[in-house]
Design a protein around this ligand. Structure first.
Ligand code: HPA
Length: 271
């Protein structure tokens, strides 16, 4: 595994000389943030040795290197989901490569269903913690001590300090943000109303089909994590209407400006 990571990273270092400080993982409909990166060097996933290739609509499938607010970043425009059939090692491989490239902090974003009934579609939520309901864990299997410890601590998976910084940035911009627990499900079905009631009872505020594996691997690798969910719809059973991917994309489209402004301000303040 370490050799695969190093091979990907060394290819990427040939494409872009500087070490990125922040890694951005952009969720469904949120990939536009990568278009704001200056001096962009775009590297399609299929050209990177050992990289998986993305298939879902609304995901471009490339790494974008460059500068955002004066900070050197690398963004994943399009991510790999467990429901696409990638194993957990593939889903999280890009996070390993980011670490190898010198990234210190990852900002993970996603579109998610609102489980907390006080939320509204279009809200942004800072992730305070997660529930792993994916039914798997990317660290199952032999542990490579060169990558991290056997039993990683998850008591502050989402950095309190970065959440404070993000709250301050949102306040400064006049953007209101929610804060809560993200539940990772495998998908690809949306949840049933009974599942959503269960998740709410168990302390979930938002639900989605990504993020948890990447955050587990980021913590294993010693990276700091900030997570932001865009509440793209109310989860199943809350409103008397079916769920669909179009609604998810429409809502993220609508809140794009706020989302972009917030992440850019956060990155600027992380300098
Ligand atoms: N459930 C799971 N994943 C999602 C949802 C949802 O309601 N909305 C966006 N991603």
């Amino acid at each position: 595994m370490k050799q695969h990571i190093e091979a990907s990273a060394s290819y990427l270092k040939q494409q872009f000389g500087e070490a990125p400080k922040i890694g951005l993982i952009l969720g469904s409909g949120l990939g536009v943030l990568a278009d704001e990166i200056e001096g962009a060097v775009r590297v399609p996933y299929e050209s990177i040795p050992n990289f998986p290739v993305s298939t879902v609509e609304g995901h471009a499938g490339q790494l974008v290197f460059g500068t955002l607010q004066g900070v050197t970043v690398v963004a994943m425009q399009g991510r790999f989901h467990y429901y696409e059939g990638y194993d957990m090692q593939k889903v999280t491989f890009p996070v390993r490569v980011m670490k190898e490239l010198g990234v210190e902090t990852v900002v993970v974003t996603n579109a998610a269903g609102g489980v907390n009934t006080s939320f509204e579609p279009g809200d942004l939520m800072l992730i305070s913690d997660h529930l792993n309901f994916i039914g798997n864990n990317p660290l199952i299997g032999p542990n490579d001590g060169a990558l991290g410890v056997r039993f990683p601590d998850m008591s502050e998976a989402y950095s309190r300090e970065l959440r404070q910084l993000a709250k301050g940035a949102a306040d400064g911009l006049g953007i209101s943000v929610q804060e809560g627990v993200y539940v990772g499900m495998s998908g690809p079905t949306y949840e049933t109303p009974a599942e959503i009631r269960m998740l709410r009872t168990l302390g979930g505020d938002a639900v989605g089909m990504s993020t948890v594996p990447e955050v587990i691997v980021a913590r294993h690798a010693g990276l700091k994590v900030l997570g932001i969910s865009c509440i793209s719809n109310m989860a199943a059973g809350i409103l008397d209407q079916p769920l669909n991917h179009e609604e998810v994309i429409e809502t993220t489209e609508r809140v794009k400006a706020n989302f972009l402004a917030l992440v850019k301000e956060i990155v600027r303040q992380m300098k």
